[in-house]
Write a protein that binds this ligand. Structure first.
Ligand code: SF4
Length: 292
């Protein structure tokens, strides 16, 4: 039996994956908007506990093809621990196609290209990276702990290791004042990385976070659905990607879009132009139906 500890999170595309908590919490845990692991202290779980969970999954779950290593930044655990864990997973689950995890920029700073390459050979072939913004001031406000250049540098380390990246941008994170620059700079950084997947989330104050505290003081400058659509248009217009898949399907978005780059760039911009021209008819998700 797998007994998950505390709150559990996974990206939307891991809905059908077996989730194993290789680590608990996030070793960084400082991003101002992130409520995911506030209640947890970071810890690498003992391998023997994980082995029991893997054995249970092998016995009780049919055809596991994908495994997601939770919690926040499993990649920060020692490479030797991750290699042993991946070895166990591969041996027990013969139908396995891929293993993925969240990767904080801090974890990508710690792991060498050689380590990431070895772990990829053992099955850890995809990381989810929250870039959030390509604008240095926005990154500083969000307390991501890295600037835009460093974000690109560490992301390219993962590329060099042959690992696929799925990246996230936080719409609205620059408020009204930096909306345009946030969109343009984020597109610049994402284009420099050229990840396999790009998605957007909308910055939303969540209780228990510094962002929530700021919002209670009236200090968070939130964008409306229409303003976010304009920001997203600017972001997409400035993206120069080759072979990337774009999605705005996370529940925090007001408008769900999907397409492949470079093929669908024009039609994505067109859909946003239409929404901006006729916001009353635009397929915006109502505020109450959004979530995190
Ligand atoms: S690195 Fe990720 S999980 Fe950790 S605090 Fe930041 S956003 Fe949350």
């Amino acid at each position: 039996m797998i007994q998950y500890q505390g709150s559990l999170f996974r990206p939307p595309s891991e809905a059908n994956s077996l989730i194993l908590q290789a680590t608990l919490g996030c070793s960084y845990n400082r991003c101002t908007f992130c409520a995911m692991y506030r209640e947890k202290s970071f810890k690498v779980r003992p391998l023997h506990e994980l082995k029991e969970e893997i054995a249970w999954a092998a016995e009780n779950l049919d055809g596991v093809r994908k495994v997601f290593l939770a919690d926040g930044d499993a990649l920060v655990a020692k490479a030797s621990f991750l290699a042993d864990l991946l070895g166990e997973i591969r041996a027990a689950l013969p139908g396995l196609r891929r293993v993925s995890c969240y990767a904080s920029p801090q974890a990508l700073q710690v792991r060498t290209v050689e380590e990431m390459s070895q772990l990829r050979e053992l099955g850890l072939t995809q990381y989810y990276l929250g870039i959030e913004s390509g604008h240095d001031h926005v990154l500083l406000d969000l307390e991501k702990g890295v600037d835009a250049d460093e974000m690109v540098r560490v992301a390219l380390k993962a590329h060099e290791a042959g690992v696929k990246l799925s990246t996230m941008i936080l719409l609205g994170a620059g408020g009204h004042r930096l909306s345009q620059e946030h969109a343009v700079e984020s597109a610049r950084v994402v284009s420099a990385i050229n990840p396999r997947f790009v998605s957007t989330l909308v910055m939303t104050p969540v209780e228990g976070t510094p962002l929530w505290e700021s919002s209670l003081r009236g200090e968070v400058d939130e964008l409306s659905a229409v303003e976010l659509a304009a920001e997203l248009r600017e972001f997409i217009l400035n993206l120069e990607l080759d072979g990337s898949i774009f999605r705005s399907n996370h529940a925090s978005n007001y408008m769900t879009l999907a397409g492949n780059f470079p093929r669908d760039k024009e039609s994505l911009v067109g859909a946003l132009d239409q929404a901006l021209a006729h916001p009353e008819r635009a397929p915006f998700r109502p505020k109450w139906a959004r979530g995190l």
